[in-house]
Design a protein around this ligand. Structure first.
Ligand SMILES: [Zn+2]
Length: 422
């Protein structure tokens, strides 16, 4: 057994943003905080072998393997690695999302404690390569799962669909398909799966009938379906009843009751009472979401950012934060996704969940770990500190339950058993 902490730290200080992968690792005297331990579980040993957590047990109750590298974590806090449920890494791989920029962002993201992301539409040819390299540890990056987009054909005038399909046929790529009256759903879903996508994302301009056809085929072919919370022709409740695993963008839920946002609200400034009044009662939708285990991917941060620079976006943010607070109180499962094109990481969404929507600090941590893992379909491998799970851990030097800001006090990040530090 080797007391490794000192040499490890020396290694890190001399190799900025380096990784180190011991064969067997024992984290001793750790305090674990995750969805299974709402009260911190103190004085635990976590054994890691070949990238997986193999055992978790109270300190000193079992002998450690002779070959294990030991890191004493007395006074430190071990969380599951954070998962951003809504990124876009490859919207424009030839431009803003060029490889050098993306690799730099991914490295920073991983070293901040984000060990997995769900990409919610982009060039899957690029994402497949990044995903492979990240999983093998060939690039310092969170693990990446990504989606295959389906939308009505009018959506494909959006320039982002052209930049994500360069060199191919926009609307006819396995990972980005226009759904029309003539779509063969069996083939469309099979093509989506063949692109390596972990899920199908329904984006815009689809009817409830088309959603049901896609869902039925996706069930047969065992691929989850995610979507925007409103698809113009399909209401939020249509999507919940169809069985989508997650709904993105909390302000879109308002379309359940209000087909058209009143245009006159832009006149003048408004009091909190005005926004309370403007936010409809969606309690029955929340009951439906709970019954169907629909996960809400609120992406509140992106609306807050948008409202900060453009007053016409205020409606979405003010009603969105109120709906999210109500959904939380009603017991809807909430995950954490940013959707800000990596200008900020999921820790910023967690802070907004706490400060603007009233989540407890612990529930914001659960949103960005277990719940984001569920949304991405990764919950059998990620999101908890538990035997059998991937060894994806965020180790903090300060108790995050005392303040959500402490989520940034990173001591060490482990992904797939590899150690990373800034
Ligand atoms: Zn998005």
């Amino acid at each position: 057994m080797k007391p490794w902490l000192l040499p490890l730290l020396v290694f890190f200080y001399s190799h900025s943003q380096a990784q180190y992968a011991p064969r067997a690792l024992a984290l001793t005297d750790a305090t674990i905080i995750d969805a299974d331990h709402r009260a911190p579980l103190r004085h635990q040993t976590i054994l890691i072998c070949k990238g997986r957590i193999t055992e978790v047990f109270p300190e000193g109750t079992k002998k450690l393997p002779d070959t294990a590298t030991i890191i004493n974590l007395s006074g430190k806090y071990v969380l599951p690695g954070l998962i951003d449920a809504h990124v876009h890494l490859a919207t424009d791989p030839s431009g803003t999302d060029n490889r050098e920029h993306t690799l730099n962002v991914l490295k920073q993201m991983l070293c901040s404690g984000v060990t997995a992301v769900r990409d919610m539409a982009g060039d899957a040819r690029v994402l497949a390569g990044l995903s492979r390299d990240a999983q093998l540890g060939e690039i310092p990056a969170p693990d990446i799962c990504y989606s295959a987009l389906m939308a009505g054909s009018v959506f494909f005038s959006d320039p982002r669909t052209a930049s994500s399909t360069q060199g191919g046929s926009n609307g006819n790529m396995p990972y980005m398909q226009a759904i029309t009256g003539g779509t063969d759903f069996k083939l469309a879903v099979a093509q989506a799966k063949g692109s390596g996508a972990a899920g199908i994302k329904l984006y815009a301009n689809l009817s409830a009938g088309q959603v049901n056809e896609i869902m039925a085929e996706a069930r047969r072919q065992h691929i989850p379906v995610w979507g925007h919370a409103w698809l113009q022709e399909a209401k939020p409740s249509d999507l919940v009843k169809a069985g989508l695993l997650s709904l993105s963008h909390v302000p879109l839920l308002i379309r359940e009751k209000i087909p058209q946002i009143p245009a006159d609200w832009k006149k003048g400034t408004h009091s909190p009472a005005f926004w309370d009044e403007a936010t409809p009662d969606l309690d029955s939708l929340f009951v439906l979401m709970k019954a169907h285990h629909t996960i809400l991917d609120a992406t509140l941060l992106t609306y807050k950012d948008w409202a900060g620079s453009d007053s016409t976006a205020r409606w979405a943010y003010e009603t969105g934060r109120r709906l999210l607070a109500r959904a939380y109180r009603a017991g809807v499962t909430i995950c954490a996704g940013t959707d800000v094109d990596q200008k900020a990481f999921v820790q910023a969404e967690m802070e907004v969940l706490v400060r603007d929507a009233g989540l407890s600090t612990l529930d914001a941590i659960i949103a960005a770990t277990r719940n984001s893992a569920c949304a991405a379909g990764l919950d059998s491998r990620k999101g908890l500190v538990k035997s059998g799970m991937d060894a994806d851990l965020l180790i903090l030097s300060v108790n995050p339950l005392e303040s959500i800001a402490n989520i940034k006090k990173v001591f060490l990040v482990i992904k797939g058993g590899r150690l990373y530090a800034n």
